[in-house]
Design a protein around this ligand. Structure first.
Ligand SMILES: [Zn+2]
Length: 86
């Protein structure tokens, strides 16, 4: 029985080993037809990977948008402040 609260911090279920193996190439469209079908089957069956997938897709969308759209100066300053090493 999992410890109470385990996995709740990120709102995800148990991490899945398949996730790392399948999700990145799937997101990067690097899979052939068979591998892609297998990845889709896994996403259907695995709640963890499905959430990861939705999350990663959102991150990618955000990154694409951030590149295209000019960032507000306030946010830009905030981000570069975060990047400054301590
Ligand atoms: Zn999975």
């Amino acid at each position: 029985m999992p410890a109470p609260g385990a996995g709740i911090v990120l709102g995800w279920e148990d991490p899945c080993a398949k996730c790392e193996e399948v999700l990145q190439p799937f997101l990067d469209r690097e899979l052939d037809e068979d591998e892609r079908a297998e990845a889709e089957r896994h996403l259907d069956a695995c709640g963890y990977c499905r959430k990861r997938y939705v999350f990663e897709e959102r991150v990618r969308m955000f990154v694409r948008q951030a590149v295209v759209e000019e960032m507000p100066p306030g946010l830009k300053a905030k981000l570069s402040a975060l990047r400054t090493p301590l």
